[in-house]
Design a protein. Structure first.
Length: 216
């Protein structure tokens, strides 16, 4: 398992792995397309719901060590998304190496369906502004505002939302996804915001508007 990972502007995946790991040893001798690898990423909902796996992604390509001349830039990219202490290893400073996966194929199976993704799209994609806060926000909504989440059922067909338990499942700049369960039923509903949110401050206004609409 990598200690950290990130994506370069060119769409390559940078992995920080223990230097003594088998993958690090194999990559140390790999040239260009010698060593093929697949990264599987599993997205698990941070709240308690039936069927907690929200999606999986597979990135396949060619694995090599990051060249010496690129290491400083790649380390800076990793540090933007992970505490410096984690990267250096505060407990005994374990030895890590940076590997680069040149992505050739991407497949996704998530709440929206199954699809293949053009690898060039990975380099053009910006992280969602809520990604760093989603876990905390969903857990807060589930613990402190479950009644307001249940009220969103009023925006559905009354025959669908009545008497069901509602749990916030996923949150991004475009909207909130809620899982409704009960009486043998289990389905998701997507509630879009009027416009994409730019940060947590924007999100507060969008959520208040959504709850106000549900409350009539």
């Amino acid at each position: 398992m990598p200690v950290a990972r990130t994506v370069t502007p060119d769409g390559d995946v940078i992995l920080l792995v223990p230097g003594e790991s088998a993958v690090a040893r194999a990559a140390a001798h790999a040239q260009d397309d010698d060593l093929t690898a697949v990264i599987e990423i599993t997205d698990v909902a941070p709240v308690s719901v039936p069927h907690r796996i929200r999606g999986r992604a597979w990135l396949a390509g060619w694995l090599t060590q990051v060249p010496r001349g690129d290491r400083a830039a790649c380390a800076a990219l990793l540090a933007e998304r992970h505490p410096v202490g984690e990267l250096l290893g505060l407990h005994g400073r374990p030895y890590f190496v940076m590997l680069r996966l040149e992505v050739g194929e991407i497949a996704v199976d998530d709440l929206w369906g199954t699809a293949h993704v053009d690898p060039d799209a990975l380099s053009a994609t910006e992280p969602d502004p809520l990604v760093a806060h989603e876990t905390e926000l969903l857990q807060h909504l589930a613990a402190a505002h479950r009644d307001r989440i249940a009220d969103l059922g009023a925006l559905l067909d009354p025959r669908e939302g009545a008497g069901l338990t509602a749990v916030p499942l996923a949150l991004d700049r475009l909207g909130l996804r809620v899982r409704f369960t009960g009486d043998g039923s289990c389905f998701d509903a997507r509630f879009d915001f009027p416009s994409p949110v730019r940060d947590v401050r924007d999100l507060r206004g969008a959520m208040h508007a959504l709850f106000a609409t549900a409350g009539g």
